[in-house]
Structure formats: C-alpha cells, structure tokens
Design a binder for this molecule. Structure first.
Ligand code: ATP
Length: 316
C-alpha cells in the first residue's frame, strides 16, 4: 500500500499573471478523511481540479495511488476516484431512476446497477425516498444524491467540493453523519473542500489550510492542535468568591463562575482541584477548554495573513 493516496510536490497553477496555487506539497493518507480548508478564493477548487486531472498544472507534480498524474495516466486514475462537484440531477426522475441512469454512465448494468443503487440509497439514508422524484427533494437530500452518485462506481478515493454548502445545521449534521459512517465501514479515502467547520472533526482526521494559494498548515487535527496549544486551559467553577479560589492556585485567572487554569497535564488539574478542596472551596465543575478545529483554522489563517502583511504580500 502506498503511504499517501494523493501527493503533490511544488504544485503551481497560474492564470495569466495570477498564481492561484503555489508550492503545494499536499499529502493525503489512505483510509482517512482530509479537510481542505480556506477562505473564499484560497484555491481549494483549483487544487481539487488539479489533483483529479481536470486541469493541468503550470509546474510541479501530482501523484495519485502512487502513480504520476499525466495525460496518459489520467483516465486510469479517474476510474478509481469519485468526484462530487454539483447537484445537477434529473428532477422528473425518481432517486432510484437517477442513480440507475448514472450507474449506466459508470458502466453498471441490469441487476448490478439495481444492487449498487440500493446500497448507495442506504448509505445516504435515502431508501425511504427512493421512489420520489428528485424535483421534490430538499437541498440537503439533493446534496446527498450528488455524493451518492459519486459513490456509485465504488471509488477508492472520493473528492467532495463543498458538500454542505447552503445546508441548514440539521441537514449538515445528517450528511456528516452519513459520511462518517461510510468512512467507518469502508477503506475509502476522502478529500473534502469546505469552509463549513462545524462537525468537521467528527469526519476528518487530517486538515490542510490554504490561504492565498499556499498551504500554510497540514496534518492530523489533534497533533496540529496539541502543537499549537501545548497547554489545555481548564475552567473550574466554584461556589463562593472566585477571587479566593484564584489566590490559592498558581497562574489562575478569575472567570464569572470560578477560575481558569492553564494546565499542562491532568496532574496539574488534579493538583489545582486538590488545593481548592483543601482550602474549603466547593467545586461545581472542572471542564477542559480544548481548542477545536475552528480555533485552529482561525488562528492559522490569522497567522498567515499577519505574515503576509509583514512581508508585504496580499492574500485571499
Ligand atoms: P471558494 O471557497 O470561494 O469556492 P476556492 O478556495 O475554491 O474558493 P478557487 O475557486 O480555487 O478558490 O479560486 C482561486 C482563485 O483562482 C480565485 O482568485 C479565482 O478567481 C481564480 N481562478 C479560478 N479559476 C480560474 C480560471 N479558470 N481563470 C482565471 N482565474 C481563475
């Protein structure tokens, strides 16, 4: 098995004078979901189009399944990948008819097409709507259909471009739950371009952050968070005067309901709690304030923009 499913080196895309992707060293590991994040215009869709062979790079290399992506290999590589980019479906046909039709485009015939359609409807929790015309579907259901369509040929690698765009929080959660179950039950590798951060850490184990066409951070989400914030703050809510509690614990700051302690380890937290208890201060709650993927994203983008301003560059 190759160590990475997709990897790019010094990948660059220019349109005229404008460089929209620069020096990209992307590494997508097998069996994992990789969230490619970045503000509008950062180059996410362009990157997706490059690594799926839809557009040619200006410079650099792309390898998919360990094979260099070239005009000679692109067709072979594309047979092993699924790409969801739009939600255009035949609105007068039912969900089942749409998928069977698209299955035919992917070379699935007869009972095989019907069996795979049933499997995909099940994966996307659409079985009970299989016989409804797609024109009657909500936006969330159409997005699921678009993802399901990309899954029909059993891809080993699935690319999703903004699959939750325009969905309400429930529909977003629902789609993320279906994709998370899919990741759990198969060896599929997923690359998902998004700026929808809520729930992303349930689905994705890895992220890459693109700013102004440059990949400014990449790796395992937990490792990136631990590297950036080695000390996890712990909020300790107490009864009575928080100032009294703060006076007992080194480096504690007062909050409305208690104190916050910059804790390096569980032992530090336990020590703080024991100190408060010994001081006769009743403890109501102790809650680690772990940074989220949202915190990581905003901090990384802010750093990149600050660095760009300091070096006189303008970024998206
Ligand atoms: P969004 O989140 O808004 O979808 P994105 O991160 O996917 O943005 P891209 O669509 O990759 O960003 O666009 C990156 C930059 O490349 C933008 O400035 C865009 O205008 C430019 N760009 C994309 N395609 C072309 C093209 N065919 N010709 C010229 N410029 C292009």
């Amino acid at each position: 098995m190759t160590e990475t499913v997709v990897s790019t080196r010094l990948l660059e895309k220019r349109y005229g004078e404008r460089t929209v992707v620069r020096g990209l060293d992307l590494d997508v590991r097998p069996g994992r979901a990789y969230g490619l994040l970045g503000p509008n215009g950062a180059g996410k869709t362009t990157t997706l189009r490059l690594v799926t062979g839809l557009i040619a790079p200006t410079a650099g290399t792309i390898s998919v399944f360990g094979e260099q992506l070239t005009s000679a290999t692109a067709d072979r590589v594309r047979q092993r990948i699924g790409v969801q980019t739009d939600t255009e479906l035949y609105t007068s046909l039912t969900a089942r008819e749409n998928l069977e039709l698209w299955g035919g485009f992917f070379g699935l015939r007869g009972s095989e097409a019907r069996r795979r359609t049933d499997e995909v409807l099940e994966m996307m929790s659409l079985t009970d709507r299989a016989s409804s015309p797609v024109g009657s579907f909500s936006k969330g259901m159409r997005q699921k259909m678009a993802v399901g369509r990309a899954l029909l040929p059993r891809p080993e690698l699935l690319f999703l471009d903004e699959p939750t765009a325009g969905l309400d929080p429930e529909a977003t959660e629902d789609l993320i739950a279906d994709l998370t179950a899919l990741m759990r039950d198969t060896d599929l590798t997923v690359v998902i371009c998004t700026h929808q951060l809520a729930g992303l850490d349930t689905l994705c184990s890895d992220v890459g952050v693109l700013v102004g066409g440059t990949l400014v951070a990449q790796g395992d989400i937990s490792e990136l968070i631990a590297r950036r914030w080695p000390r996890t703050p712990v909020r300790i809510d107490v009864a009575g005067d928080p100032a009294r509690a703060a006076a007992l614990v080194p480096d504690a700051t007062v909050t409305s309901a208690g104190i916050e302690v910059q804790s390096a380890s569980d032992a530090d937290t336990e020590h703080a709690i024991a100190t408060l208890a010994a001081g006769g201060i009743p403890i109501r709650a102790a809650v680690p304030q772990r940074p989220t993927v949202q915190d990581l994203y905003f901090a990384t983008v802010a750093d990149a923009r600050r660095n760009a301003i300091e070096s006189g560059k303008v970024v998206a």
